[in-house]
Write a protein that binds this ligand. Structure first.
Ligand code: DQA
Length: 146
C-alpha cells in the first residue's frame, strides 16, 4: 500500500480490559499501551491509523460500513463477535476493503466454540496467537501489499 494509506483498526468487546483480563491468555499490555504501540508501528511504516474499540456489535457494523469513504484497509479483532457475528462478516464483504484479522490468543487452541471465525471469512490475511505483535504483523502485511 502507498505511504500514508489510511488503516481503520477495530477492536471488539472487552479488549478495553487488556492487561487486567486473563493476562495468562492475553498478556500484560493494557489497551492504552496497545494503542500507543499500534500508533508507533504505523508511523514507522508511514501508515495512518484510526484505532477504535467498542463493546457493541452495531458500532463495528456501522464503522465498517462507513469505512470505504475514508479508509484504504481494515485491521479487525472482533473479539467474541468473531465467533457469532454474520453481521460483521456481511459488513466486511460489503465494504470490500482489504481486511486483516488479528487475535491476540490462538483461537484454534482454546475452547471449541472459538474455532469458528465468521469475520475471518472476509479477511485476506490472519495473525492469530502472536499476542499484541499480531497488530504489527498486520500493519507490515498491509504496508507491503500491492
Ligand atoms: C480474541 C479471542 C476471542 O475468542 C475472545 O473472545 C476475545 C479476544 C483474541 O484477541 O484473542 O475477546 O479475539
Amino acid at each position: 500500500m502507498n505511504k500514508g494509506s489510511r488503516i481503520l483498526v477495530l477492536n471488539g468487546p472487552n479488549l478495553n480490559l487488556l492487561g487486567s483480563r486473563d493476562p495468562e491468555i492475553y498478556g500484560c499490555t493494557d489497551y492504552d499501551e496497545l494503542v500507543e504501540m499500534i500508533e508507533r508501528w504505523a508511523a514507522e511504516l508511514e501508515l495512518t491509523v484510526d484505532i477504535r474499540q467498542t463493546n457493541h456489535e452495531g458500532d463495528l457494523v456501522d464503522w465498517i460500513g462507513a469505512a470505504p469513504s475514508s479508509f484504504d484497509a481494515i485491521i479487525i479483532n472482533p473479539a467474541a463477535y468473531t465467533h457469532t457475528s454474520i453481521a460483521i462478516l456481511d459488513a466486511l464483504d460489503a465494504a470490500a476493503l482489504p481486511a486483516v484479522e488479528v487475535h491476540i490468543s490462538d483461537i484454534y487452541a482454546r475452547e471449541e466454540f472459538r474455532r469458528i471465525s465468521y469475520a475471518g471469512l472476509a479477511c485476506e490475511e490472519h495473525y492469530i496467537g502472536y499476542g499484541v505483535d499480531g497488530y504489527r504483523m498486520a500493519l507490515l502485511y498491509l504496508s507491503e501489499r500491492q
